[in-house]
Design a protein around this ligand. Structure first.
Ligand SMILES: Cc1ncc(COP(=O)(O)O)c(C=O)c1O
Length: 364
């Protein structure tokens, strides 16, 4: 019997991709699947997202894994290369790369100029996030240098990244867009992550770059995924494997941080922070058992959590617990743990088995 597992609904993933494509019908779509496909399994996710126009990843290892799994579409290294040696792998695996700093430009300029295949690049402009990218003052020269670089394909896509797209009315979004439009008038452009794809159509340009929405998680700070009609892809599950009858006043778990307010049953569920369940989840974090909403009681341990069973006193050892996913929005769990769905999804550890659902269950 499995102690903790995640079912990955690839049909839901494909439906979310369709929603993204319908929302930005004129743009090409780069599915951002870094960090092991946001914890869902890099290659399985890429294979299911055949209708995307390309994939965005964070590093060479992820890109090579995709190519070696037979993915032939554009694969973009979102942070470019981290050393000049990595360029030979970019060439060998026909990858595309972001150029966001002078050093990367120099590495490209140092390549010999007679090549079978020119490197495809996306030039990153810092429009206000102040993390990666050339400043407005550096941009024109950087673009000219990249265009005249003998090893580089002259068709350069100009990209930038929003700092506040999860709050669509934030004034910084318009400022960032204006700067991109002012500095890049003719090249293809890319700006929109999931939140911008759904809420800022003026940012769609030539390529949209959704990540989190594909996995059925809301990209908005104050708007749940159902509001965007997204379907959760990962449902994280474990088992109820012990039930204790406690007396009023009994304290539970490390530090005794939860005390029974009455005589009651508490269940022990086979998942903990060693599986990626967040240790900072607060008392009261929702946990579903057999479809009944129960709640976390006491501190999260490495391998288990305790659950207040007063909402479901008939619970039995062996019952299935849902920690997030279908029926229990990950945003609720993330809020109770002081984090975001992104972190929960990426934090699942290898001891959680991923089980893939590839065909529709017929329930629409
Ligand atoms: C450059 C870039 N574009 C797009 C995305 C996708 O963002 P989201 O998951 O919010 O859609 C990311 C993710 O962090 C990113 O770093």
């Amino acid at each position: 019997m499995q102690r903790a597992w995640a079912s990955i609904d690839l049909v839901a993933l494909q439906r979310n991709l369709s929603i993204a494509k319908q929302a930005a019908p004129q743009s090409k779509l780069l599915a951002v699947i870094k960090a092991d496909g946001y914890g869902h399994g890099l290659c399985q996710v890429a294979e299911a997202l055949q209708a995307a126009d390309g994939f965005g990843v964070a590093c060479l290892q992820e890109a090579i894994k995709l190519r070696e799994a037979g993915i032939q579409k554009t694969i973009l290294l979102l942070e470019g290369v981290f050393s000049p040696e990595e360029l030979k792998w970019v060439e060998r695996y026909k990858l595309s790369m972001v150029v966001h700093q002078v050093q990367q430009l120099e590495w490209l300029e140092q390549l010999a100029d007679s090549r079978d295949c020119l490197i495809s690049t996306w030039l990153k402009l810092d429009t206000g996030m102040h993390r990666l990218g050339f400043s407005a003052a550096q941009f024109v020269e950087a673009e000219a240098r990249l265009k005249s670089c003998a090893a580089v394909d002259g068709d350069i896509t100009v990209m930038s990244h929003f700092a506040n797209a999860d709050l669509p009315t934030h004034p910084a979004n318009q400022q960032q867009l204006s700067l991109l439009n002012a500095l890049s008038k003719t090249s293809p452009k890319s700006m929109a992550n999931s939140a911008a794809l759904l809420a800022l159509p003026q940012s769609h340009f030539d390529w949209v770059r959704p990540g989190i929405m594909l996995f059925g998680c809301s990209p908005f700070a104050e708007w749940p995924a159902e509001g965007c009609e997204l379907h959760p892809v990962m449902t994280l599950k474990a088992r109820l494997f012990e039930i204790k009858s406690l007396k009023k006043g009994d304290a539970i778990g490390y530090g005794g941080g939860w005390v029974s307010p009455e005589d009651m049953k508490v269940g022990v569920v086979s998942i903990g922070y060693g599986d990626g369940y967040p240790r900072h989840a607060a008392n009261g974090t929702p946990v579903w058992i057999n479809g009944y909403e129960c709640s976390l009681a006491g501190r999260v341990s490495m391998d288990m959590i305790c659950v207040d069973l007063r909402n479901y006193p008939d619970a039995q050892c062996g019952d299935e617990a849902v920690l997030w996913g279908a029926g229990l929005a990950i945003e609720r769990v993330a809020a109770a743990a002081g984090t975001i769905g992104y972190e929960l999804l990426c934090g699942i550890t290898p001891r959680v088995k991923l089980e893939y659902l590839r065909v529709s269950d017929g329930q629409g």
